[in-house]
Design a protein around this ligand. Structure first.
Ligand SMILES: [Zn+2]
Length: 324
């Protein structure tokens, strides 16, 4: 076990170095590309947009919002692969190709997509319109949580609160209508229908949460902070002080104490993060580990849209928040 823990530490360290190294390499790569070395690459299959508007969304839920509002007027490309954590992502040359021909880049903002700025401009050119859907959102700033890896400007997991998601959908609607005023009515009609769906989702969650026997939970990462605040749940502890970094023994003891003082009996892990620390804590406090998915995936039917994803997560929460 010690050897494994050591290996894991070494791996984290190596990952970190790898990220720094990858970023430098990537900058060099951009310099070469922008310097005029662009060559037609037949291996990268470039989707043709026709007269459709090509939109790049940083994460899958945002891509789903764009699809809901844009309908068949848009072609949507998701930047982040479903299994990747946005916090520890290093872009690849393939991501650059994803921006080719794009006119709109929809993101969270708040430094969440810290890896995307150069990428977007190099891939799509100066005319790319960028929408930060966190603009105008009342952002939660975390205390006692190192601000590294995309939390420096506040907690970016705003989309997991359906009411804030409605704000994001309106931002996307306005951006599309501005870009393509001839079809403004379509975007407004689609958005209105989808906003209605989100309202329905909100009511469903409220009703479900009312039936929860417990209101407290522990999370491996503060992804559900906005959700908790919206629906009167209590985040009794967050395990990873910064995404991808496991807590030190001292930090772990502090969380254990905190969780013991609460009524939480569930630790929520995430498919994009290593669940090891979640299992260690759960064992320590006699809780169960369940997995909530903040991102979703086109390859998993029950999590293939934002609405499905949120209902899936609500079901998992139901299991975690019932009485013993
Ligand atoms: Zn995060």
């Amino acid at each position: 076990m010690r050897a494994r823990a050591f290996l894991h530490e070494a791996e984290n360290e190596a990952n970190h170095r790898h990220r720094v190294g990858a970023r430098i390499l990537f900058c060099l790569f951009l310099m070469v590309l922008v310097g005029g070395c662009e060559q037609p690459n037949t291996k990268v299959s470039e989707p043709t947009a026709g007269d459709r508007i090509k939109v790049v969304a940083s994460i899958y839920p945002l891509a789903d919002f764009v699809r809901a509002v844009g309908g068949d007027r848009v072609e949507v490309v998701t930047l982040l692969p479903p299994a990747a954590s946005p916090h520890v992502y290093s872009p690849s040359p393939r991501d650059l190709a994803r921006f080719r021909g794009a006119v709109l880049f929809v993101q969270i903002g708040l430094g969440f997509e810290f890896w995307s700025a150069q990428l977007a401009r190099a891939g799509a050119g100066e005319d790319l319109i960028e929408v930060e859907t966190s603009e105008g959102v009342d952002v939660i700033h975390e205390t006692g949580h190192d601000g590294a890896h995309g939390h420096a400007m506040g907690n970016p997991h705003i989309w997991l609160d359906p009411i804030i998601a409605m704000h994001q959908v309106r931002a996307i609607r306005d951006a599309l209508a501005g870009l393509d005023p001839d079809h403004r009515e379509i975007y407004f009609r689609n958005a209105a229908a989808y906003l209605g769906d989100l309202e329905g989702l909100d009511e469903e969650i409220r009703e479900a949460v009312n039936g929860f026997a417990r209101k407290s939970f522990v999370a491996i990462h503060p992804s559900w902070t906005y959700f908790a605040e919206r629906y009167g749940l209590f985040e009794a502890g967050v395990i990873e002080p910064s995404p991808g970094r496991e807590p030190t023994p001292v930090e772990m003891m502090k969380i254990v104490r905190q969780v013991r003082e609460s009524s939480a009996k569930v630790v929520f892990a995430e498919p994009q993060l290593n669940p090891k620390a979640a299992h260690v804590l759960a064992k320590e406090v006699g809780a169960q580990v369940l997995t909530l998915d903040p991102i979703g995936s086109p390859d998993v039917e029950e999590r293939s849209t934002y609405l499905k994803l949120m209902r899936y997560n609500l079901d998992v929460m139901r299991r975690g928040m019932q009485a013993p």
